[in-house]
Design a protein around this ligand. Structure first.
Ligand SMILES: *Cc1c(COP(=O)(O)O)cnc(C)c1O
Length: 360
């Protein structure tokens, strides 16, 4: 058996939707983008959606829309995909890393609050692997200290806390990269409930223009194409069913995996399992287990093997050499993720359970 870590699905409807756009002559940001923005925002209960070229530019635009830049600090987790930090760096602001809660792998509210300095402008938790971070706590901390709340929801489409979706607490970036829970090929989206932030985001996305050829601010070309949006509209329709399948696969693994620690979900939080990430017991060589499973045809992967603050680029930058985040460093040595995609068959699930229980 060969089971990949992810299996993006593109059906006939997506293909037809793209051909229709190509025939319409409206190729870049047009009516399909507007339709996709409204539909995605509505599904999350957010007021505004601003589509972008990818998740990284969505996060950059979110940070810039709050006038955060050189001299400012943004608190983020170090246990995430590198783009969580690069989008902060791209604005000229300084990423400040805080440790995670070892149970959920998400940014710890206590650690984030302890990292606040007079230069701090924002906190940006990541809803890692598809589980919402503790947003009520982060909202209270940001209110108390007068900070902007941002969300990196690149992995967490439709996840929620007691019915309130991610993307409705702060200014939020999503990604539609092929391996995410839904795709537009490349693409991203910012959600916000604030009218003025939405107006700024629309300008930043398209050359700083408010009225055509009148440039109010320095903007960029972060536009999504109508082809991408047409794919996204079809995929958004499939997303609730796909999410339920991911959750059913997770419930199956939760019950049957005995050799590793299965994911913990906080009460009231709905996990959408972008990744199903387990931890090997203390003393077990994670890399050897992952290698053995790969050899047995199971595409397990390590997300993420090196904390962001320990990446060469940060070590060379200065100021991060002595930073020690014990829970982040421990997690990077113990976790691996297994195939959880919606199209996983029963036979594949059984094989995964059997092999993982035998592997450590
Ligand atoms: C995928 C991802 C991004 C970046 O999204 P792209 O669409 O690849 O630019 C940012 N943050 C996290 C946590 C991600 O997983």
């Amino acid at each position: 058996m060969q089971i990949p870590i992810a299996k993006p699905f593109i059906g006939e409807e997506e293909k037809q939707a793209v051909v229709q756009v190509l025939s319409s002559g409206q190729l870049s940001q047009g009516p399909k983008v507007a339709e996709f923005e409204s539909a995605f925002a509505a599904q999350h209960g957010a007021k505004h959606g601003i589509a972008t070229s990818n998740g990284t530019t969505a996060l950059m635009a979110a940070i810039m829309a709050h006038d955060i830049g050189p001299g400012d600090e943004v608190i983020i987790p170090s246990f995430s995909f590198f783009a969580t930090a690069s989008c902060v760096l791209s604005t000229g602001a300084r990423p400040v890393f805080a440790d995670i809660d070892p149970a959920t792998f998400n940014l710890s509210p206590e650690a984030a609050e302890a990292a606040i300095t007079p230069k701090t402008k924002a906190i940006m938790p990541v809803h890692l692997y598809g589980q919402p971070a503790d947003m009520p706590r982060f909202e209270a901390i940001c209110k108390k200290h007068g900070l902007v709340l941002l969300e990196d929801a690149a992995q967490a489409h439709l996840s929620h806390i007691n019915g309130r979706h991610v993307g409705t607490w702060g200014t939020t970036g999503f990604s539609f990269y092929p391996t995410k829970n839904m795709t537009t090929t490349e693409g991203g989206m910012v959600l916000t409930n604030d009218d003025e932030t939405a107006r700024k985001l629309r300008m930043i996305r398209a050359q700083g223009m408010n009225t055509q050829y009148y440039h109010e601010v320095v903007g960029y070309n972060f536009r999504m194409t109508d082809m991408a949006a047409a794919v996204g509209l079809v995929q958004l329709g499939r997303l609730p069913e796909w999410t339920a399948k991911r959750q059913a696969n997770a419930a199956y693994f939760d019950e049957l995996l005995t050799s590793v620690r299965t994911p913990y979900t906080k009460p009231g939080h709905t996990h959408v399992y972008h990744q199903y990430t387990v931890r090997v017991p203390d003393g077990v060589d994670r890399d050897a287990v992952a290698k053995r499973l790969n050899e047995r045809g199971i595409g397990v992967r390590v997300y993420y093997p090196l904390p962001i603050h320990r990446q060469p680029v940060f070590q060379q930058m200065g100021g991060y050499e002595n930073l020690h985040l014990p829970e982040t460093e421990k997690a990077t040595a113990q976790v691996f993720s297994l195939p959880i995609y919606p199209a996983l068959t029963e036979e594949e699930r059984d094989y995964i359970v059997q092999e993982i229980n035998a592997a450590c």
